[in-house]
Design a binder for this molecule. Structure first.
Ligand code: FEO
Length: 404
């Protein structure tokens, strides 16, 4: 891949990571992920965001800098918008190669750079209202805390209107030669929109209130192009991804989409026996269902469905006096990700004693779910249990449809 000029004297340099690893050590990336850095060339040269030593990322970035006649040693300024190691992992080696490198970051990032990489020399704190004059090009900074870590900021180039937004407005998925929204087919755009939602649910959702605040803070910039640090660039319609983010952030308190996520586990098929009744109940109300079985499906995909759904139905048996462990892990991730204020109910089987229900109630209290009740039974469900499951699914579907 070559460096691509995205605006006069502003270039993307990207590393595409394959699907062999997990993002943040937890999230699957079946179509990989891109790590995007950017070069802004005035009389001095700034590199915005770095990469970590992941697959061939360093070689890819170096080669693309080479196509611009640059080397890692010839960069004057490194702008660190966000300290997470996918954007800084190679910082220590970079500073050793280029001891004169000036690092600009937010005030909160300064101690982190010391803690992660032992670097204190040549580090300057910047924030909202500050600017860097490269000679013929200026960079402005805006603190946007918690999109994604507390120290996060964004960088803006006023002449071209390019916003370097780091994690915000990003997605999973590798990026090919076509890096702009207006170069993609409908199918490609649909893929990135879907991976934007999964990325948001997995990485950003906990910080949705900060997303809303951060976007408000950007109002004084005339944004013509959004250049995130993962995924495609938004040139034709930057407002589209901003609006998409605002919509995703609004799901934190509901209503989200008029859809229901059904997450179920079953040890011997007894919990599973209620599934058809529940799906029939949802279908009778014309409500779309996203159905996931755990642990067979990764929580990353469950979370993406749950985030966009106004309703969530949990099917889980009791296992050793408590909730079936893979489902407990899913609900724990949902709680951390602030999947709040959903319409819900639970079904499931137990053998000698219950226990799952107690833990479910703790989760729904923490996440403020409006629960229609539970259908819990010993062993296999009776016809009456199935009828109740159907009725509760209908009730959840009706609540979801009525929620405005
Ligand atoms: Fe792409 Fe929060 O790092």
């Amino acid at each position: 891949m070559k460096a691509i000029e995205i605006a006069p004297d502003i270039f993307s340099v990207m590393a595409n990571i394959s699907n062999q690893d997990l993002f943040e050590g937890i999230w699957p990336i079946p179509q990989g992920v891109s790590l995007n850095s950017y070069v802004v060339r005035g009389e001095k040269v700034a590199l915005i965001d770095l990469v970590k030593d992941w697959e061939h990322a360093i070689e890819e970035i170096s080669e693309q800098l080479g196509t611009l006649g640059l080397t890692l040693e010839s960069i004057d300024y490194l702008i660190i918008n966000h300290m997470e190691p996918d954007h800084t992992g190679w910082l220590k080696e970079m500073k050793e190669k280029n001891p004169g490198l000036q690092i600009l970051c937010s005030k909160k990032a300064v101690p982190l750079i010391s803690a992660f990489y032992g670097i204190e020399d040549g580090v300057t704190a910047v924030g909202s209202g500050d600017e860097l004059d490269l000679g013929g090009k200026k960079l402005l900074f805006e603190d946007t805390p918690n999109i994604h870590w507390p120290e996060t900021m964004m960088t803006y180039e006023p002449e071209s209107g390019v916003l370097f937004s780091c994690d915000a407005f990003g997605s999973f998925g590798q990026v090919g030669e076509h890096v702009f929204d207006d170069q993609l087919t409908e199918e490609e755009m649909s893929f990135y929109e879907s991976e934007t939602e999964r990325y948001y649910a997995n990485i950003v959702s906990t910080f949705s209130a900060f997303v809303e605040r951060g976007i408000k803070k950007l109002a004084h910039f005339d944004i013509k192009l959004i250049a995130p640090s993962h995924g495609i660039l938004w040139r034709e319609n930057p407002k589209k991804i901003i609006d998409h983010y605002l919509k995703l952030a609004s799901y934190k308190s509901g209503p989200a989409e008029k859809e229901v996520t059904v997450v179920w586990s079953s040890m011997y098929g007894n919990t599973q026996q209620l599934l058809d009744s529940i799906l029939s109940g949802l279908e009778s109300e014309g409500v779309k269902a996203h159905v996931h079985r755990v642990p067979q499906e990764h929580v990353s995909f469950v979370l993406a469905s749950a985030w966009r759904s106004s309703g969530i139905i949990i099917g889980t048996p009791t296992y050793e006096y408590k909730m079936f462990p893979p489902m407990y892990a899913v609900l724990d991730v949902m709680e951390r990700s602030h999947v709040l204020n959903r319409k819900a109910f639970r079904f499931g089987s137990f053998g000698w004693s219950g226990g799952a229900q107690k833990q479910y109630e703790e989760f729904i209290k923490a996440m403020k779910w409006d629960c229609s009740g539970s259908v819990e039974y010993q062993g296999a469900p009776t016809e009456e249990d199935k009828r109740r499951g159907y009725d509760m699914a209908v009730e959840v579907a009706k609540k979801v449809k009525a929620w405005v």
